[in-house]
Design a protein around this ligand. Structure first.
Ligand code: MN
Length: 306
């Protein structure tokens, strides 16, 4: 369920986030991760980041194909959030952690980490998100945290579970290296409003059902980008629906993303690739029965436009 990037994700120039009201709804792209097909909402042509969120995969529901062997990361946090199924995470720090629905795994790569994920039982339905680390922490040590319980807040006709940051007065204990929010919103039929931080840009991905987001209908397989400067959001649904709200302060110049690496320069990507292929100590070893995943060479990789 950890998704490497593909060339198609990376072939266009990024846009500045729109300010104010316009909502931009963009279809997700199908991507293959091992045997699994996922809906990749971010990055896409024209948009690399929402705050520091730089990668949004929505997978399942599916019954199999979830095992992903040891592979490396640099410069990012992975945020794993399941709606159904159970997955075992192992990593080069020695972590072995079962994750269940409504629990959060937050792994920090920093200078380098490797991990594996093995499905324990399905059906699997969930998301894997990446957060780009800022300059101040991206060369730092790797880390892993499991949050078995997360705070909730009641809205008019919805319940918010806060994965990262603060929403509706509830604050997650999860680490955030830049101002960030991530929350699941479980909508009941009817209308709700939620206050937003207007210094953030925000986006919504619908995981189940259909929802009306600031007057625009959004269904699974799309990213609705809400722009900057919004201090509240109106949500409604005719039936129950689940969605993911993501936001943060604009990240600035986009990071250079290649395969499982979030970097700034081609040289950094090449060094990570070389270190993984050489089995260098940088990425350690991961106890996993699954085969190690070979790195994708950064052929044709160009530095990001600044
Ligand atoms: Mn991964």
């Amino acid at each position: 369920m950890t998704g490497p990037l593909e060339q198609d994700d990376l072939t266009s120039e990024p846009e500045a986030p729109p300010a104010g009201d316009p909502i931009e709804v963009t279809p997700s792209r199908e991507a293959r991760i091992g045997e699994l097909t996922v809906r990749r909402a971010l990055p896409h042509r024209g948009r690399r980041t929402v705050g520091a969120w730089c990668f949004v995969d929505h997978m399942g529901p599916t019954t199999g194909g979830l095992d992903i062997g040891p592979h490396p990361h640099i410069g990012l946090h992975t945020v794993t959030w399941l709606l159904s199924g159970e997955v075992v995470h192992t990593d080069s720090l020695g972590t072995e952690q079962l994750i269940r629905p409504r629990q959060l795994n937050l792994m920090t790569a920093g200078h380098g980490i490797a991990h594996a994920e093995e499905g324990r039982h399905g059906p699997y339905h969930g998301t894997q998100l990446w957060v780009a680390q800022p300059e101040g922490t991206r060369h730092g040590p790797p880390a892993f945290a499991h949050h078995a319980e997360l705070p909730r807040a009641e809205l008019d006709r919805a319940t918010a579970t806060v994965l990262v940051g603060t929403l509706a007065g509830a604050t997650s204990p999860a680490r955030a290296d830049t101002p960030l929010v991530g929350a699941e919103l479980d909508l009941r039929p009817g209308r709700s409003e939620v206050e937003l931080d207007p210094t953030f840009e925000h986006a919504v991905v619908v995981l189940e059902g259909r929802a009306t987001v600031a007057g625009v209908e959004v269904t699974p397989g799309h990213l609705a980008h809400l722009g900057l400067g919004r201090d509240e959001l109106e949500l409604s649904a005719d039936q129950t629906a689940r969605l993911l709200l993501l936001g943060g302060t604009p990240f600035g110049p986009p990071p250079l993303m290649w395969w499982n690496y979030v970097a700034r320069t081609v040289e950094e990507v090449q060094a990570a690739h070389d270190d993984w292929e050489a089995g260098a100590d940088r990425f350690g070893t991961v106890p996993s029965a699954c085969p190690r995943v070979p790195s994708m060479a950064p052929v044709g990789l160009r530095p990001p436009p600044s």
